[in-house]
Design a binder for this molecule. Structure first.
Ligand code: ATP
Length: 311
């Protein structure tokens, strides 16, 4: 086991503890998402693991060794781990390439140059090698910090919301290159996020926190198909949530249906079409059936009334 968190107790204030008896396991070589809405404790947990915050009780065991937190380290942070937080801590008077090469030994300069070039390619910043960080956008600076963290091939890489400052095409590009790189180099990766949709294909495990509590810890397919509650279901994007009487009305087998899981069919429930809008890959529709408004996606525009069923 790469990382074990046992009975962890942590609070910022006495009245309201954030983590009480938190238990978690991270296997080696996996890509793990730490998910949950803003304020649920993701950044705090990452800071605790990396050794930037002291906890009250419990153990954090990394690669078989009990961690001591800030009091155990002269230099902040654990060796063998790298953490890219939401502030990137770049050297302002050094170029992008120098920043990326900061932790790489100068003994073999040709090899260093090659590694820096490879890492700049992974994060899509080849053209910015000679630029100073102040001329980069927030998202670009964050990618420099990610490349620098990768350069030491840490056992565990921790990324706090790495895609939050990126536009969609950049996110898609970085996602694929980064995840491929960490898998190829057997780096374990923990990445915090408040939405899972765009990274699901690459994840081995999803850990969901709600108000500091661990509420689900499964593989992506299980989490998607059987979310523990509506909070988990919503992390995957737009979703229709049903209360108990609605579940009975529609004779449903679960409480949440994604828009793609509600289909237009020959037999089923009558539904009035309230809106039908072009949304790129599909039409986004709002329909009403048995007094319940539902969002469904269809290939074609729909109007008037339709018959729907749940799959
Ligand atoms: N330095 C601090 N002092 C007191 N309370 C804090 C501090 N940092 C965070 N908190 C509180 O702890 C809780 C967890 O915050 P945290 O930043 O870990 O959440 P998060 O899930 O990472 O959120 P986000 O996605 O917005 O970064 C929140 O209620 C927050 O207000």
């Amino acid at each position: 086991m790469l990382l074990e968190i046992n009975n962890l107790y942590f609070s910022y204030s006495k009245e309201k503890p954030l983590f009480q008896n938190l238990n978690l396991r991270f296997e080696e070589g996996k890509i793990i998402a730490l998910a949950g809405e803003s304020g649920c404790g993701k950044s705090t947990l990452l800071n605790l693991v990396y050794g930037l915050l002291d906890w009250e009780s419990g153990d954090i065991i990394f690669d078989g060794e009990k961690l001591m937190g800030p009091k155990g380290n002269l230099v902040p942070g654990e060796a063998q781990m790298k953490f890219v937080a939401q502030n990137f801590d770049l050297m302002p008077y050094a170029t992008v390439a120098e920043n990326v090469g900061k932790f790489i030994s100068n003994i073999n300069l040709a090899k260093k140059k090659e590694t820096v070039a490879e890492l700049l390619e992974v994060v899509g910043l080849e053209e910015f090698a000679t630029v100073l960080p102040k001329y980069l956008s927030g998202g670009q600076q964050q990618r420099v910090a990610i490349a620098r963290a990768l350069s030491v091939l840490p056992k565990l890489l921790i990324l706090d919301e790495p895609f939050s400052n990126l536009d969609f095409p950049r996110k898609i590009e970085l996602r694929e290159k980064l995840f491929r790189y960490v898998k190829q180099n057997n780096i374990s990766l923990v990445i915090s996020t408040h939405e899972l949709q765009d990274i699901i294909p690459w994840l081995d495990q999803i850990i969901v926190l709600e108000n500091g509590k661990l509420i689900q810890n499964d593989n992506p397919e299980e989490t998607f198909r059987n979310p523990y509650n509506s909070y988990v279901a919503k992390l995957f994007g737009e979703v229709n949530i049903f209360n108990e009487s609605e579940i009975e009305d529609f004779q449903l087998s679960k409480f949440s249906y994604y828009p793609k899981e509600v289909k237009i069919s020959e037999n089923g429930f009558e539904a009035e079409v309230l809106e039908s809008r072009f949304a790129g890959n599909h039409y986004w529709n709002k329909v009403k059936s048995k007094n319940k408004e539902l969002v469904i996606y269809t290939d074609k525009k729909i109007e008037n009334s339709v018959t729907i069923s749940f799959v």
